[in-house]
Design a protein around this ligand. Structure first.
Ligand SMILES: Nc1ncnc2c1ncn2[C@@H]1O[C@H](COP(=O)(O)OP(=O)(O)O)[C@@H](O)[C@H]1O
Ligand SMILES: [Mg+2]
Length: 151
């Protein structure tokens, strides 16, 4: 586990980028935190580190639930904030994304804990002031322990 404090959106994006550079096909990153805590912001960095060229194309996918970007590998950006019903979650066909060959990044992952694979990186974001965020990286599985140690 590692706790990192950022003092600006740019710092959070930079952290995401460092993680995204180490990410590989099939990896899952679970983002947890209140509205405005920085989940979409860190996703810009994660996608950028994973080779997605225009990080500004990374916006909250709330209305479409899943967006796909093209980097070194497919990057699936999911936001399940609006998904309240279990049946709606199942109808997404999420397995294809979470157990596929891309990097899956899931905003509000705490709502779908049971669909997460055994190995994933949990990222908890907390607002600690106007521009301050406390970001807790909790690795699940050996691969993510190594990644977190390398940061
Ligand atoms: N240190 C920081 N890290 C991330 N976002 C920050 C930070 N400081 C301020 N912000 C602002 O907080 C907001 C975070 O929004 P967003 O990333 O969309 O959150 P979420 O997806 O968790 O709802 C943005 O307006 C961003 O500019
Ligand atoms: Mg968001």
């Amino acid at each position: 586990m590692k706790i990192i404090k950022t003092k600006s959106p740019a710092e959070t994006i930079a952290l995401g980028k460092r993680i995204g550079r180490l990410a590989g096909p099939g990896d899952v990153i679970a983002l947890i935190g209140d509205l405005g805590s920085g989940k979409t912001t860190i996703t810009k960095g994660l996608a950028s580190g994973a080779g997605v060229e225009n990080k500004n194309s990374v916006l909250s996918p709330s209305f479409v639930l899943i967006k796909e970007y093209h980097g070194r590998m497919p990057v699936y950006h999911m936001d399940i904030y609006r998904l309240d019903e279990r049946s709606a979650i199942d109808s997404l066909g999420y397995e294809e994304y979470i157990y596929g060959n891309g990097l899956a990044i899931i905003e509000w992952a705490d709502k779908v804990k049971d669909i997460l694979p055994p190995a994933f990186l949990k990222v908890e974001l907390e607002v600690a002031g106007k521009d301050k965020r406390i970001i807790k990286l909790v690795p699940h599985g050996e691969r993510f322990k190594k990644i977190v140690n390398h940061l």
